[in-house]
Design a protein around this ligand. Sequence first.
Ligand SMILES: Cc1ncc(COP(=O)(O)O)c(C=O)c1O
Length: 433
Amino acid sequence: MTFDYGDFSFASKDEMLAKSREFWNPGKTDFWVESGVPLVIDRREEYFLYDMSGKRLLDVHLNGGTYNLGHRNSEVATAVTAAMSHFDIGNHHFPAVTRTALAEALVSTAPKGLTKVIYGSGGGEAIDIALKTARHATQRRKIVSIVKAYHGHTGLAVSTGDERFSKLFLSDRPDEFVQVPFNDLAAMEQSLRLGDVAAVIMETIPATFGFPLPVAGYLEGVKRLCEEHGSLYVADEVQTGLMRTGELWGITKHGITPDIMVTGKGLSGGLYPISAVLATDRAAGWLTEDGFGHISTFGGAELGCIAALKTLEICNRPETRSMVHYISDLVGRGLRDIQADLPDWFVGIRQNGVVMGLEFAHPQGAKYVMRHLYENGVWAIFSTLDPSVLQYKPGILMRPELCEDLLDRTEVAIRRSLAEVRAEGWRGERVPA
Ligand SMILES: Cc1ncc(COP(=O)(O)O)c(C=O)c1O
């Protein structure tokens, strides 16, 4: 079967994979084929992906929330398509109607005190902007993050994360980037007490670490320590923002006004890359001192602003909020039923709204479940920094029938994964990670 896409074509899926290996990324291409997930996404609509083979998958990975509103959401697509008859990326040096309108919309929805918006084109760039902003405001260099944090792979962002990625490109800088264990306020205090830390950067719920939930009072305690020691609190809301927790910004559930807040991924409705940093007046002083301090040709691209304005408006609708609460109740309840039957294998559910991590007893358990889900028509990904946990991220507009279908398929996949590990000799013991 030939795959003809107009300006390019492939004779078969195998040929496409061979060329992907040859011209794109051999490591990634081989990883997925060897993992039993040889997915090459072709057609996409609503919460469905179609592999080149025609296989249909219900998407609960959503590219980390990028497709929060579904694939090619028709309202966002219409807005971007219409905008293309008037706008393009724009010129980043100048004031722009779209950038200004989106900045005003973001500020009006954000925790009070966040008054300025700086744009990037992806999450990592926005994190870099946030950290540069904190360094300028405090005139300090050190950044504290948590062990197994994930804030992206750009220059400063990668230095805050796991050494698997920071060491690869010689970006680990332990003198400037300090890591402390999650949910440990004593360790956080220890790292801040010298008064030389510019910022603490925290994912509101650490996604790539498998969504471990902050214990009651932890984030609030971190914010308090930041205030005591003159450090800024940077909230990474790239995966927890845009209504995924049932509130527009997850951090507001903790009553915290961060000094700096970062959003990306779902902000574009999945149709045009854009990310944004929101900052308080105190943090954002460089915008007045030297407005050209961060320059990015595609940061705040005007078509992206149009996509984001529509996305933000959809996320803010009362019926969207009700839908998130409905979906999280329905799916949460269904998962707890499955878990009650298999408590020694499916050992925990981490949930805040539709932010969900499913814990399995085996240290690589989520990889088994991921493959069986894939074979059974669902795409969900293991957590890179803790493969015992499956990231399970229903969309915020998922129809109830899709939620029911998802639960049925999930139960089958979880049972099959247990049968597989048992066949391999696993006897129910919890192997330490
Ligand atoms: C919490 C968080 N922050 C930042 C990023 C980086 O975003 P991007 O991949 O758009 O650079 C990610 C990406 O997965 C993320 O999950």
